[in-house]
Design a protein around this ligand. Structure first.
Ligand code: TYD
Length: 393
């Protein structure tokens, strides 16, 4: 298989089987023509880049009904608020222009001057919420074709930001060229994405789904951006989305790599995150994790206990379909998202129920699919009788 970025060879090493669109929640009536693709992972040794092989057309994923609202998590609201304060202090001047790629419902952009901030959001459902907030949100993909039309911003944007979105974009060359067109000379690119090293450490293979086309690392980002006249200058670990990395990039010669970055790259190399050998180790651990999880569920059910899920995440689609877990094993999944409630999970057709019924449902065995929001969820839903579990423990 040829890699999309530099056309060198990619090694396919892991097959997670037939997979539906991760956020393709189904209405009860219309579950006949479900779309499936083959979820396989590959590694490009030259770029040290982890990627999936096949994925649906992004228009199938980011459309009128995209159901993920950043503001559904109080933690994320706070995270972006704190981060925007830091950005203003360190990277922006009074009238600096800020652009967000994949601005969702505006949770991040809301923290900036509305006149000087713009967002690109292809999914209409979430874009509409941003518009209501009075934000300048373009209901479009961030690509060369679309940014070419916005001449007044060319070379004038001081910060280009993305959170959990750069890894969604199949054509990274077009993405970087679009950034190049918009960014000012001394401008900064900052993005935070699920981190390959964290996925390996936790064996959180549920991070692999159609939207996450790439799973980046410091080494891969360094190698990719260098090709286009940019330089990774700093980075930091983030707890968001179960373990992310924040990358800070500038045009070459505008700044130099920080000591902190060199230390992080060193740590990454020690763990061989940049090597194919780590992929093979990960594969073994994924297969073992599936076996352990199926045994655990079987044991709970054999003891005549019932199981429900909590958090109908995109990640849950990978776990449920890869581990062949269906509604005879998990009765339902509780969730807070209006657009998901009353629907069925993709591929496995488990009903999604309003979280407000969780407390009185009396389930004692709960699969926490939204494990990345554990603190927030347990704070409001926990009681001593509940045994929370996931594929991670
Ligand atoms: P998340 O893990 O953030 O994303 P992804 O879909 O990328 O895997 O999804 C969080 C889901 O969990 C979302 O459907 C809302 C739900 N949720 C709750 O039901 N209760 C909560 O308290 C929180 C924080 C999220």
């Amino acid at each position: 298989m040829k890699c999309r970025i530099d056309k060198t060879k990619c090694n396919i090493f892991l097959d997670l089987g037939k997979m539906p669109v991760a956020n393709g929640f189904l209405n009860n009536k219309k579950n006949q023509n479900e779309y499936f693709y083959k979820l396989q992972c590959a590694f490009n040794k030259k770029l040290s880049l982890f990627q999936i092989v096949q994925f649906p057309n992004p228009k199938k994923m980011f459309n009128k009904n995209y159901p993920f609202y950043t503001s559904s998590s109080k933690f994320m609201i706070k995270h972006f608020k704190n981060f925007s304060k830091f950005i203003k202090k360190k990277y922006l001047k009074k009238n600096s222009i800020v652009l967000e790629v994949g601005s969702n419902d505006g949770t991040f952009l809301k923290n900036f001057n509305k006149k000087n901030s713009i967002g690109f959001e292809p999914s209409e459902s979430v874009h509409k919420v941003a518009l209501k907030e009075g934000l300048k949100s373009y209901n479009k993909f961030f690509n060369l074709k679309n940014v070419s039309k916005l001449k007044k911003y060319h070379g004038r944007v001081d910060l280009i930001f993305g959170a959990n979105v750069f890894c969604h974009i199949p054509n990274q060359v077009d993405l970087i060229k679009s950034i190049d067109r918009m960014l000012s000379k001394e401008g900064t690119i900052i993005f935070e994405e699920p981190y390959l090293g964290s996925m390996y450490k936790k064996v959180s293979y549920d991070q692999i789904y159609d939207e996450h086309i790439y799973m980046f690392s410091l080494t891969s980002i360094n190698k990719i951006y260098e090709k286009f006249g940019f330089e990774l200058i700093d980075a930091s670990h983030q707890v968001t989305h179960g373990g992310s990395m924040r990358y800070i990039i500038k045009r070459k010669s505008v700044s130099t790599k920080t000591r902190n970055l060199l230390k992080l790259i060193n740590e990454e190399k020690k763990k061989e995150v940049d090597k194919f050998s780590a992929c093979l180790k990960f594969k073994k651990r994924v297969i073992h994790s599936k076996k352990k999880l199926r045994e655990k569920i079987k044991k709970i059910l054999e003891n005549k206990n019932k199981i429900c899920g909590y958090g109908a995440t995109s990640k849950s689609t990978t776990i449920l379909n890869f581990c062949n877990i269906n509604k005879s094993m998990i009765d339902c999944i509780f969730d807070t998202t209006n657009d998901k409630i009353g629907k069925l999970t993709p591929g496995t057709h488990i009903p999604i129920i309003d979280h407000k019924f969780f407390k009185r449902s009396g389930y004692k065995h709960v699969f926490l699919f939204a494990w990345n929001h554990k603190k927030e969820i347990l704070k409001k839903e926990n009681n001593k009788k509940i045994q929370w579990f996931s594929h991670l423990n």
